[in-house]
Design a protein around this ligand. Structure first.
Ligand SMILES: *Cc1c(COP(=O)(O)O)cnc(C)c1O
Length: 393
């Protein structure tokens, strides 16, 4: 199964890292392969996912939304996982792994703060020192999450270099890891980065798809026709898709952030508009200019606002295992409102892209189709932002 021994998904992936990081990455790969197979690790992680994070999350038949669309839609309710999104699945896994590797400290980078909060949560629980790198501009924009992380005992380092946002925070976290890898594990938040990260994060997020498979068979007696999820770095979507990889009749649909529209430069649609290149240690699709400089992206949802995408998605795209589409900010807002109004579920703006895409494309489906949508997170974090945009505040 993928990736191969060099960490490649076809031509994508790999380990494009400075020499000083090759040792730590090899150690991580070796230790992950050993520790993740042990009974002790599996038992402890299962226990935490269940008793602490509230898994399994429900696979909810959205009756009203189904009637509205004209076919059956189930929502995989990652919004009900502890801390309000799927990110906790990965951080519990990685922080537990770090602890069993004998590390005492974890570091992470965060843009909007969601991955930082999930890492700080797992670190508080497992008694690990936690340092989170965040661009100075993001620290300003995300004051509530910054305070949340502090409450959880994490130290926030405000990064003042470059554009003072996520990509600069990643650079600083890398520097920290190079200096401190003997004591420190770097918790990456999506299926990106050099091998073995895309594999590790996918494996930890695969709980989403594994549960879905059992649940849909119990409810419908068969597998779904479509799996639909939003794609930022690509972890909630791959977590849902991957356990169905060999079920060729199950179609995968990934929805990217179209921002102000793909014809403008203001979007974050990496698979549809990017070119092959290297970003953050891995060969994949990247939004870059003719000189290889990374473009400035835009999305209404911070979680999708990233110029790269996981290499396994690049492979799914080129081999046509999955189809990718984009919807712009406006359609995402439409999805945000519709689900709130007819199901009483306020979705995060990220999965609101997947909801909005379904609404816009409902003629593509047949009456007896079964569609599972990954509701990757809850919308409480976005309510203020939407109210501001719509002039309610
Ligand atoms: C971070 C985030 C995403 C985007 O990240 P992926 O790695 O693509 O899943 C999507 N939804 C929510 C709720 C998030 O917090």
């Amino acid at each position: 199964m993928l990736p191969d021994r060099k960490g490649k998904f076809g031509i994508f992936g790999g380990r494009f890292a400075p020499e000083t990081l090759i040792g730590p990455l090899e150690e991580l790969e070796k230790e992950y392969k050993r520790i993740s197979k042990t009974k002790e690790f599996k038992r402890e992680l299962n226990y935490l996912l269940k008793e602490y994070a509230g898994r399994p999350t429900s696979l909810y038949f959205a009756k009203n939304f189904s009637e509205y669309l004209g076919f059956k839609v189930y929502l995989k309710r990652e919004d009900l996982a502890f801390t309000g999104a799927h990110k906790i699945n990965n951080t519990l896994g990685q922080v537990l792994l770090a602890k069993m590797m004998g590390k005492t400290r974890v570091i992470a980078e965060t843009g909007a703060g969601q991955h930082g909060v999930a890492t700080a949560t797992a670190s508080a629980l497992l008694n690990m020192e936690c340092v989170v790198y965040m661009g100075e501009i993001d620290v300003e924009r995300q004051k509530l999450n910054v305070y949340r992380m502090k409450l959880l005992g994490a130290q926030i380092i405000s990064v003042t270099s470059g554009s003072r946002t996520l990509k600069d925070a990643i650079n600083e976290a890398m520097r920290d890891w190079i200096t401190n890898f003997k004591t420190t594990h770097y918790v990456i938040g999506s299926v990106v980065g050099p091998h073995p990260y895309p594999m590790i994060v996918r494996d930890f997020q695969s709980i989403i798809g594994k549960e879905t498979k059992k649940q849909i068979i119990k409810k419908e007696g068969r597998l779904p026709d479509y799996l639909v999820a939003c794609v930022g770095g690509g972890s909630n979507s791959l977590g849902l898709f991957y356990p169905f990889y060999n079920n060729r009749d199950v179609k995968f649909i990934g929805i990217e952030a179209g921002g102000y529209g793909l014809e403008t430069e203001k979007h974050a649609s990496t698979l549809l508009k990017g070119e092959k290149g290297v970003l953050h240690g891995s060969f994949s699709y990247v939004l870059q200019d003719n000189y290889g400089q990374i473009k400035i992206t835009h999305s209404i949802s911070a979680g999708l606002d990233y110029p790269g995408v996981g290499p396994e998605h690049a492979f799914y795209k080129d081999t046509k295992r999955a189809d990718y589409f984009a919807v712009n900010d406006e359609i995402a807002l439409k999805g945000f409102h519709i689900l709130s109004e007819i199901e009483g579920i306020i979705p995060a703006l990220e999965p609101a892209h997947a909801i909005g895409w379904l609404v816009e494309n409902k003629e593509k489906f047949r009456k007896d189709d079964i569609v599972v949508v990954c509701l990757s997170g809850r919308g409480d974090k976005d309510v203020m932002e939407v109210a501001k945009i719509e002039g309610e505040l």
